[in-house]
Design a protein. Structure first.
Length: 138
């Protein structure tokens, strides 16, 4: 057997084992689990309490803004992890080390300016309904 195909065989065995375990768990649950349905089991469940509103209710746009910020900062982390892993190797040559440091400083600076801008606009303020510029801080 060639050594080039060995990693693919190992990956195939891992995937097959994972799918097999999932199927065995599902089949055992179907065969051995109780099947007594009642009104309590059929009721909607929301974090241990009864649902307050209907699912079709409009959601405040602030939830979406926070979700977008979450995605932006997740993407930031996705870009920072590889940079942090390779930074020690980049320090071996001084020119690349300083260039990599400058690039990440610019990247973080742009993100910090964006955060500062949305914070100033009041997009991260959940305590009040009015934007930050209209509130009286007296």
């Amino acid at each position: 057997m060639e050594s080039q195909t060995l990693p693919y065989i190992a990956l195939g065995i891992t995937v097959a084992f994972s799918v097999g375990i999932a199927m065995v768990i599902l089949v055992l649950n179907r065969l051995l689990g109780p099947h007594r349905m009642n009104a309590e089991k059929g009721a909607p469940f929301e974090c241990g309490s009864d649902p307050v509103d209907s699912p079709g209710k409009r959601v405040n746009v602030r939830f979406y803004v926070v979700a977008i910020f979450f995605v932006v900062f997740d993407i930031e982390a996705v870009f920072l992890f590889p940079w942090a892993v390779l930074y020690r190797e980049l320090l071996a040559t001084p020119a690349f080390g300083m260039l990599a440091l400058a690039e990440v400083v610019v990247f973080l600076g742009i993100l910090a300016m964006g955060l500062w801008y949305v914070w100033g606009k009041g997009a991260l303020d959940w305590a009040f309904d009015a934007p930050a510029s209209r509130r009286n801080h007296g």
